[in-house]
Each structure stands twice: as C-alpha cells, then as structure tokens.
Design a binder for this molecule. Structure first.
Ligand SMILES: Cc1cc2nc3c(=O)[nH]c(=O)nc-3n(C[C@H](O)[C@H](O)[C@H](O)COP(=O)(O)O)c2cc1C
Length: 396
C-alpha cells in the first residue's frame, strides 16, 4: 500500500508527516509507569505522527532515561507531557498524592487521619459489599525529593530544557512560568484545555498550539463535547492554531475535526490498545469489549473528573455520595480501599482510564497501523469521498 498523504500547518510547524499526536498518557493503575513510554512514542513518531511521553510520574532522572530511549529508537520529533497543576501532584505507587518534601520519611505522605471516620466506614462497607477483605496499605514507597525551592514540575522541566525535546505538552495548567525558557530552547508548547477560559489562559501563557479536549476523552476530562468545544476554543485563541482531542479514533473523526478547522488531532484511546502501549492486557481487553455506554466520569481515582471504563466499584462510589478530596489528596482517601482491591486480585476494579471511542475499538494492532489507517481514511474522506457525497457551490 502506498503511504497515505495528509498535511496541515501542524506538519510544517513540528516537522512531522501526519497531523496526529499520540497523547502523553500517564500512569496505569497500580504503578507509576506511564502508558505512553518510549516504545509507543517512538513507534508513532517513526510512523510519521508525533508520539508524546506521559511524563508526569517520572523523576527527572527517569524522565531523562525515557527521552534517551526514544532517541535510541527514532530520530523523528517527539514530545513530553507534564501536568502543571497548581497543587503539583505527585504520583506514588500508582496513587495521586501530594508532593514529598522529605522523600521516604513519615512526613512525606499525608496521614490517613485526614479521612473522616464516617468516610472510612463507608469505604470499608463498599469493600465488604464487593467481597473484598479490608487491609491497611503500607506506606507508599520512597520517592524522589523535590529540590529545595523548586516545584515538582519545575524539576522535570529542567530535563526537558537540557535535553531540548522538540515538543512540550501541558495536560493541566498554564505553561506561563516556563514558556520563555521553552521558546528560547526551541521547544514548541502544546497546551490541553477543556473550555474557552482555559484556552485564553494558555494562549496568554505562551502556548504555540492549543488542544481543545472534549468530554469524550479518556483520562481527566471536562464537560463540553469536542464538536461544541472546538469552534469555541478556535474563536477564543484565534489566530493561534487549534488541535482537537476527545473522540478521535479513526479517519472519520480525524476528517471531521480537520473539516471543522482543527490543524490535527491528539488521540489517546485509539493508541491505548496499540501493541506498544504500556497497558495491562486485562485493561486493553476491557476497552476492546466495551460498548458505547461503558465509560463514565468519576472523581474516585484522582479527585478530578476522569473518564474510565465503568466497574462495580465506581458505581458504588458514585451512589455513596462521598465527596472526593481535591487532586493531590484523594489518593489518601482511597489508599486502603485500592490496596485491598489489589491484594484481592480484583484488578478489574482499578483505574482503567479510557474514552468514549472504546466502544468502536475491536483489536490490538501496531501503533503504525492505527496511525496509517486513520490518516489514509481521513485523506480519502476529505478528498474523493466528500466531493462525491456533498455538492457545494463556491461563490465567485
Ligand atoms: C490512560 C490515559 C492516561 C492519560 N494520561 C494523561 C496525562 O498524563 N496527561 C495528559 O495530558 N493527558 C492524559 N490523558 C488524556 C489524553 O492526553 C487525551 O487528551 C485523551 O486521551 C484524548 O481523548 P481520546 O481518549 O478520546 O483520544 C490520558 C488519557 C488516558 C486514556
């Protein structure tokens, strides 16, 4: 098959062949290892798209090692995604908790006393109803120390600047504190947003490209659908270019967002089931088996609204009415519950972030195949097919 052809402004801006990112997907359940590691990132970049490392959970040292792994596999451009949350979250042992001030010490993690007794009782009851024995989690493993006077993301950012990675993506927050240094280092800034207000903020904060991420998306997500959000973000940040995310998993989705004015797509769920994604087999299988309505948005796993494949634990959490703690502290609230679940081998109840396109994915495939089919179909749709199906008259 000849190589598909589809170019937009994004290709020229980033030096890539196809206007498609594989999303910088962070940690999988039960570990601090991201979904989007060097294998996936290099496969997508080598195939002509732009692969992005899900860097949020990495220590600076591990982040550098992962960047070097990508460079050993491809000389094509790639990116690193970090979360610039105001309460700089820290991911330890697979749970979202607050940054360590003294890594490994008792003070490093907030105490479970933070959880009101009635909430603990309700969580215990939840476990009991699911047939799970309640266990107290051991202290989280020691982690890297945030250097004095530096923020969590700031320490990671130094690595990006030193390594001069081609693209930095911010999944949360504004790039403003880092944008001058990134731009001076020749690093393009891509910022994800879920509403027009955030879009204006990241545009003012120095983003080169804004990604409008609709509620369809897997992982942390907002309330507005992609098709409604995209034009509002475009209007908010014009003339800055906009990429669409959330719900794009094949050539039809890619063609639709390009036709609506996006210069490309940022895709997570489509690549979650690729051979190269660092995602447990059980979780890939559950995505492949999911139907149209099998994802839900819950604060259970991180304190922030996150789209997941549904499961009985999410259902009972949502029914319980327990208020989630803010991102950064929710991990303290759920630590014993999720530890008990892991110990019982009920991995089906753990976080399985995935988007609404899960319902249309049926097989695992190499990432290059997913990308090339998506691009070939979009190119065919936007070229030959559209002119067969739609008649338009251009006024002269
Ligand atoms: C398992 C998983 C992990 C994710 N982790 C991150 C992350 O660490 N940082 C980030 O910016 N976005 C993250 N996302 C969101 C993606 O970047 C992306 O916006 C989303 O997957 C796009 O929608 P789609 O899933 O419909 O393709 C994650 C998504 C998934 C499914």
């Amino acid at each position: 098959m000849s190589r598909p052809f589809l170019r937009t402004e994004l290709c020229d801006m980033l030096g890539i062949e196809y206007p498609v990112f594989s999303a910088g997907m962070g940690p999988v359940a039960g570990g601090a290892e991201p979904v989007a590691k060097a294998d996936l990132v290099a496969a997508v970049s080598e195939a002509g798209g732009l692969g992005v490392i899900g860097g949020v959970a990495y220590s600076p040292e591990d982040l550098r090692a992962e960047i070097n792994k990508v460079r050993a596999k491809t000389d094509k451009p790639f990116g690193v995604d970090l979360l610039l949350a105001s309460n700089f979250l820290h991911v330890r042992g697979g749970i979202f908790s607050t940054p360590a001030k003294n890594a490994g010490s008792e003070q490093a993690s907030p105490s479970r006393d933070l959880v009101p007794p009635e909430t603990r009782d309700a969580l215990r009851k939840m476990a009991e109803n699911l047939g799970i024995e309640w266990l107290e989690a051991p202290p989280p493993p020691p982690t890297w120390e945030v250097p004095e006077g530096q923020s969590y993301a700031g320490a990671q950012m130094e690595v990006l600047l030193e390594e001069k990675v081609p693209v930095f993506a911010s999944g949360l927050g504004s790039p403003a504190p880092f944008s001058r240094a990134l731009t001076d280092a020749g690093i393009k800034i891509v910022s994800l947003v879920g509403n027009a207000r955030a879009a204006r903020r990241v545009a003012e904060g120095g983003a080169d490209v804004v990604v409008a991420q609709g509620t369809e998306a897997g992982g942390h997500t907002g309330k507005i659908g992609t098709l409604a959000l995209l034009p509002q973000v475009m209007d908010a940040v014009a003339p800055l270019p906009v990429v669409a995310a959330g719900g794009v998993a094949d050539g039809r989705g890619l063609a639709a967002v390009i036709a609506a004015g996006a210069i490309g797509a940022w895709c997570g769920t489509a690549f979650l089931v690729s051979d190269e994604a660092n995602q447990p087999a059980l979780q890939k299988q559950r995505i492949l088996e999911a139907g149209t309505e099998d994802t839900v948005v819950t604060r259970l796993y991180s304190g922030k609204t996150m789209r997941n494949i549904t499961n009985p634990l999410i259902e009972s959490w949502e029914a319980s009415g327990i208020r989630a703690l803010p991102m950064g502290l929710q991990g303290v609230l759920t630590r014993d519950l999720l530890h008990s679940i892991s110990a019982a081998g009920r991995d089906d109840l753990l976080m399985n972030a995935a988007g609404q396109t899960s319902g249309m994915l049926t097989e695992t495939r190499p990432a290059s195949e997913i990308l090339h089919e998506m691009v070939a179909d979009a190119s065919h749709l936007l070229g030959a097919r559209l002119s067969q199906r739609v008649q338009v008259q251009v006024a002269v």
